[in-house]
Design a protein around this ligand. Structure first.
Ligand code: NAD
Length: 265
């Protein structure tokens, strides 16, 4: 009796082969803010899909928790420091994907925002991406292939959010930076997209809730604005980032990718 191509033995073999193929096999991915929250979830998701991940963060101690994770190498980098960013780029021969994640949330309307708050926010949220892209883009252009993903937010040009003046302005700038880079280099093999989450349950969000005068009420308020009745998980954002980092999104560039459970509807 001949073996049918649909026999269970062949099926098992095909399934095993498919499982072994990662969507990011052979890609080198560099990302910032990988010690916790969305950056950490993305680093793990990228590695699970076969990427070689260079996970960076200013918090060297916390970043160490990723040491020994298959496919991940760690390095302490403050992305607001040009010398550190340039040294990182110099040490890496080839980078396929750059994911700029680092960001800082300042609370307050324009009247509750002083110049220092404004400058810190712009420095961490926007100038850091300017430095990282300037450091890594020449390498990508040299091989006519590169993929940049920037972390923006729904709190930006997409949606006005109470008490997020400096933060939202900085994230609108990230969207502008993304479109600018995408437009300038689309004909040279470079893609640039940004991710715009709504409310994601990360350590810093929990800290911000705890810092409120009434944390219980603050949590209720955060949940009340979610049409889904729950916050997004870092892993859900990471799934979107895997898509953007992979060749499945090869025709996607210059866009803001909203993942907010309908908050901005
Ligand atoms: P988080 O605040 O939990 O972690 C941020 C990480 O960034 C920390 O590990 C910190 O050490 C690192 N970091 C801070 N400054 C740095 C610097 N100068 N250089 C290098 N690393 C630095 O992170 P999160 O809540 O997952 O947010 C990550 C990104 O996603 C931020 O850009 C944030 O604005 C954006 N975002 C978050 C949410 C949310 O609800 N959590 C929503 C939309 C967008």
């Amino acid at each position: 009796m001949g073996i049918s191509p649909y026999s269970s033995g062949v099926c098992v073999c095909v399934c095993v082969c498919l499982q072994a193929m990662g969507r990011l096999d052979g890609k080198v991915v560099v990302l910032s803010a990988a010690a916790q929250g969305i950056g950490r979830a993305a680093a793990i998701a990228f590695a699970k899909e076969g990427a070689q991940v260079i996970a960076t963060d200013i918090n060297a101690e916390k970043l160490k928790e990723l040491d020994g994770h298959a496919g991940i190498k760690t390095r302490a980098v403050d992305v607001t420091k040009r010398d550190q960013v340039e040294a990182l780029a110099k040490d890496l021969d080839e980078v396929d994907v750059l994911f700029n994640v680092a960001g800082y949330v300042h609370h307050g309307s324009i009247l509750a925002t002083d110049e220092k708050d404004w400058d810190v926010t712009m420095n961490v949220n926007v100038r850091s991406m300017f430095l990282m892209i300037k450091a890594f883009l020449p390498k990508m252009l040299a091989k006519k292939s590169g993929n940049i993903i920037n972390m923006a937010s729904v709190a930006s040009s997409i949606k006005g959010v109470v008490d997020r003046c400096a933060y939202s302005t900085s994230k609108a700038a990230v969207i502008g930076l993304t479109k600018s880079v995408a437009a300038d280099f689309v004909d040279q093999g470079i893609r640039c997209n940004c991710v715009c989450p709504g409310t994601v349950d990360t350590p810093s969000l929990r800290e911000r809730i705890q810092a409120r005068p009434n944390p219980e009420q603050a949590l209720k308020d955060f949940l009340a604005r979610q049409k889904t009745g729950r916050m997004c998980t870092p892993e859900e954002v990471a799934h979107l980032c895997v898509y953007l980092a992979s060749d499945e999104s090869a025709y996607v560039t210059g866009r803001e990718h909203i993942i907010d459970g309908g908050w901005s509807l």
